[in-house]
Every structure is written in structure tokens, then in C-alpha cells.
Write a protein that binds this ligand. Structure first.
Ligand code: BTN
Length: 268
């Protein structure tokens, strides 16, 4: 199929037929010293990884399955990019979500929302379902961000989930389910947001990322039940996202708590 010509920050686009996990492939390339801006796209991924040791199942050619390599801690003199401090790197999967939402809304013309921290939701009739997941992993001084988007997946091909029902762009009434325009739009938006975030030294507020995330976030204003790794459960209303990308939850008692993406097992 026709290849996307990467531009901007994208240095190289590898399209592979079948692989275990594009995140694993990108992480290996990162350890081997590949430059920032590598994109690995797979036609079929047979052992896709999800968050919290879950699997990510995607039927061949029905989705977009890709991973990218960033080196946010490395200053780039010719672009005037300072190093982004490590505490800001948690924004990268959220940034990917913002870019993915823009691409899906533009190309597929469906309404999409972000479930904090990084699931992409689309509407099937009136109910939200999960159409994409994002997994960021640190590999040496690189961050690999992987995206799995169900594009033309049919209902009977969707994996069982125990949380939000899985869905696809096709099932949400997408105007187009061509993967190449989606990939192009995604890489364009992703590259632009990344460049802006790097210019701002990883400051999500300064580059407008926090505002864009807030705007796209379907979790804010909703009742949430957050399962914490210490076994605790936090029930309340999600009121906002703070400048570190944490979710602010107001408990029924009125007390406020901030939860970070790494500290939650589950949000409902
Ligand atoms: C989740 O929702 O749990 C995250 C799913 C992330 C799946 C993508 S598909 C491309 C990349 N390679 C992987 O092995 N996982 C990510």
C-alpha cells in the first residue's frame, strides 16, 4: 500500500507485515540508538501489549497499529529545543491522545473523546466505546509511544473487555475507514504537538496541550471510580486535569485528590 512520506520530526517510517509488538520493535531500535522520529507501523500485530500487562488484540489490516520513538531528554540545538525534564514525559501518551482525536475527527468525521489518561472513545449510537488505546514505555533514554486504533473492525472481531466496550471507527459511523489518510493526519498532528511541546521544554500549559486535552477529555465532569494499586478505591467527580496531567477528583466528602496515570489501575 502507498507509503506516507514522513515530514517534520518524522525521520523514518518502517512498515512491517507481521510482528509481535510494534512497541517492542521500537524499544529495541531505541536501545540500538535509532534517532528520534522513528515510526514503526504493522499490518498485523500478534502479541500486542496493553497497559497493566493486558493484551491488545487487533485483527489483521482492520486497524492502525504503530509505535514511535522520542528522545525528550535530549536537547536539539538546531531546533532550539531544550531537554524536557523527565517529570514532564508523562504528557507524551496524553499528547498522542490529543493528536489521535484530531485525526479521527478530521478524517473519519466522528465525535471522539479522551478517557483519561489515554483511551480514545467514540460514540456508537449514544454510548461511548473504546476505539483506541495508547501505551507509552520508557526504553533507555527514549520514550516509545504505541497506538492501537480499531478502524474497520467488525463487531464480531472485537475482543472482549471487562471495562468499557470495545468498538471501532466503522461501528461509530465513520465517513472514511481508509487507513492511509488516518495515518497521515495522525502523524501530522502528532508531529506538530510534539514540536510545540518540545519548544516549550515539556510545559504542557505553555504549548496549549493542557487546554487541548481538557477540551477533548470525556472524563471531566463525570462520576469516576478509581481503583488504586494499594487496593483503595476513590469515588467522586472528575473536575479537571492539572498541569502535570493528573486527574483531579472531588470525593463525595468534598475533599480533592489528584491521581496520576501511573497510579491508577482502572477508571470507570
Ligand atoms: C491499552 O489500551 O491498554 C493500550 C493499548 C496499546 C496498543 C498499541 S498497538 C501498537 C503498540 N504496540 C503494542 O504492543 N501496544 C501498542
Amino acid at each position: 500500500r502507498a507509503l506516507v512520506v514522513p515530514g517534520g520530526i518524522w525521520q523514518r517510517l518502517d512498515v512491517v507485515g507481521e510482528t509481535g509488538s510494534t512497541n517492542a520493535d521500537a524499544a529495541r531500535a531505541a536501545l540500538d540508538g535509532v534517532a528520534e522520529g522513528l515510526v514503526v507501523v504493522a499490518e498485523q500485530q500478534v502479541s500486542g501489549r496493553g497497559r497493566r500487562d493486558r493484551q491488545w488484540v487487533s485483527p489483521a489490516r482492520a486497524g492502525l497499529t504503530l509505535s514511535v520513538v522520542f528522545r525528550p531528554g535530549v536537547a536539539v540545538a538546531e531546533k532550539d529545543w531544550p531537554a524536557a525534564p523527565q517529570r514532564t514525559w508523562g504528557w507524551l501518551p496524553l499528547l498522542a491522545g490529543v493528536a489521535l482525536r484530531e485525526a479521527v475527527q478530521r478524517v473519519a468525521e466522528v465525535d471522539a473523546g479522551l478517557k483519561w489518561p489515554n483511551d480514545l472513545l467514540v460514540k456508537v449510537d449514544t454510548a461511548w466505546g473504546k476505539a483506541a488505546g495508547i501505551l507509552a514505555e520508557v526504553s533507555g533514554d527514549a520514550v516509545v509511544v504505541g497506538i492501537g486504533l480499531n478502524v474497520s473492525t467488525r463487531a464480531e472481531e472485537l475482543p472482549e473487555t471487562n471495562g468499557l466496550p470495545a468498538t471501532s471507527l466503522l461501528l461509530s459511523g465513520a465517513k472514511s475507514t481508509d487507513r492511509d489518510p488516518l495515518l497521515r493526519a495522525l502523524l501530522r498532528s502528532f508531529g506538530q504537538w510534539y514540536a510545540g511541546w518540545r519548544e516549550a521544554g515539556g510545559d504542557a500549559e505553555m504549548c496549549g496541550l493542557l487546554a487541548a486535552y481538557r477540551e477533548g477529555c470525556a472524563t471531566i465532569g463525570r462520576e469516576v471510580r478509581v481503583l488504586l494499586p494499594d487496593g483503595g478505591e476513590l469515588v467522586g467527580t472528575a473536575t479537571d486535569i492539572d498541569s502535570d496531567g493528573q486527574l483531579i477528583v472531588r470525593a463525595v466528602s468534598g475533599s480533592e485528590r489528584r491521581v496520576s496515570a501511573g497510579d491508577v489501575l482502572h477508571v470507570r
